[in-house]
Ligand binder design. Structure first.
Ligand SMILES: NC(=O)c1ccc[n+]([C@@H]2O[C@H](COP(=O)([O-])OP(=O)(O)OC[C@H]3O[C@@H](n4cnc5c(N)ncnc54)[C@H](O)[C@@H]3O)[C@@H](O)[C@H]2O)c1
Ligand SMILES: NC(=O)c1ccc[n+]([C@@H]2O[C@H](COP(=O)([O-])OP(=O)(O)OC[C@H]3O[C@@H](n4cnc5c(N)ncnc54)[C@H](O)[C@@H]3O)[C@@H](O)[C@H]2O)c1
Lengths: 207, 207
């Protein structure tokens, strides 16, 4: 099994490759792919061997073939149905973000505990009450869950998603969730991206 | 200069270390730190040498010392002032997110082109028109910019931020920005996090 770090790199290679494909590049070298991301040529080749892709010496890799091999390794050559709990500001931005359906992620179920929101429709989906979560997950066959509620509600919401049969959770709330090892968990903290930016800005000041 | 990948790892070590510190662990081994993130012991030690931290054989590293060394290397042992353009759903979620001030990022300026929004106040900040961007950036001494506008407006907004003196841009819009090499750029695509989750879920199905 590739490490989390190499899987994260695969997502970044995918974006670069999709941009190269948009520019009409049919083949790409591991050096060129690595340059765009600050990854060594040797590391790129090691990562691409994981997806089963072997470049032709002197020619490089086929951009199209690499894209489909990476998509297959990541498991995004199919559709994933997503249940979203906590329909606030963040959720509304995620619902309208075209980057999700482009990679095969479809939000199919909305749940919120605010009585004023239950029954409303957002982007064509009805907002259900938390009591309806098991029924909604079953009816929509949702497989992934997004936790977009305040910190104090996140643990109980995550447990309810797991009880409803969800096997993977994307957590935005600023708390560490404690979940059984059979459930996959990815936490998002956008401050990490700002830290990366701060590092680059202060590093470029020093030069 | 450390690579982007190792800088990204520093942010992740920081989160793990802050969680260990909350649990009262005064020292930590490189192996234990790597385990939490799926990074090899040797890679952790290499990364921590960049921040100038050397563990004591058999004892490990001081959690507190590592936290301040990483914060110093990342450049987040100080406050960064941030200008945010595009005060829509995503921006409102970012404005209320406590994870930013916790790491020293303070949003100090808001700009939006919607006449209905200009002059309103959100989280204590007034929304200014795009024409006011240079004056607002100068008055607030903002150093970083967040682009949270629709795709078609993003390039011109980014150029306006650079012209106003901003040296680093965090881009949420789903377009590749073309900026001078003197400007640091980090792009966010939350679909990447969903891909990581999809990979983990399908990998655990196979076991
Ligand atoms: N990780 C990041 O980088 C990041 C960035 C921004 C926001 N956030 C976090 O995302 C979360 C959502 O942020 P927001 O700005 O959209 O908040 P918000 O207040 O606009 O929305 C939260 C929603 O959750 C609902 N809710 C509360 N308790 C619930 C429960 N038990 N069950 C179901 N729904 C419930 C509320 O009714 C509300 O609609 C917060 O935890 C915030 O800290 C994280
Ligand atoms: N990268 C990701 O993971 C991710 C996730 C969610 C949303 N997004 C993107 O973030 C952006 C914002 O999303 P949202 O849901 O908050 O959208 P939104 O429509 O709610 O907000 C956009 C705001 O930008 C303002 N605006 C438009 N043109 C402008 C201009 N030229 N100058 C200043 N302000 C301008 C609008 O008036 C509006 O207030 C979109 O591009 C969206 O695709 C990215």
């Amino acid at each position: 099994l590739p490490s989390r770090a190499s899987v994260a790199r695969l997502s970044l290679y995918l974006r670069s490759l999709e941009e190269f494909a948009r520019q009409g590049r049919v083949t790409i070298s591991s050096g060129r792919l690595g340059e765009a991301l600050g990854v060594t040529d040797a590391q790129v080749r090691k990562d691409l061997a994981i997806v089963g892709s072997l470049g032709q010496p002197g020619v490089g890799y086929s951009t199209g073939e690499l894209i489909s091999a990476i998509r297959h390794t990541l498991g995004i050559d199919r559709e994933w149905r997503v249940a979203l709990v906590g329909v606030g500001n963040l959720a509304r931005a995620l619902l309208r973000y075209r980057g999700f359906p482009q990679q095969g992620f479809r939000i199919v179920a909305l749940v919120d505990s605010d009585p004023a929101k239950i029954g409303q429709r957002v982007e064509g989906l009805e907002i259900h009450s938390p009591a309806m979560l098991p029924a909604v997950v079953a009816a929509t066959r949702a497989e992934l869950g997004v936790v977009a509620v305040p910190a104090e509600a996140a643990q109980s919401v995550a447990e309810a998603l797991v009880a409803a049969g969800i096997r993977g959770i994307l957590n935005f709330a600023p708390v560490v969730l404690r979940l059984p090892p059979s459930v996959s968990l990815v936490a998002v903290d956008l401050a990490v991206q700002l830290e990366q930016l701060a590092f680059l800005v202060q590093a470029s000041c020093r030069e």
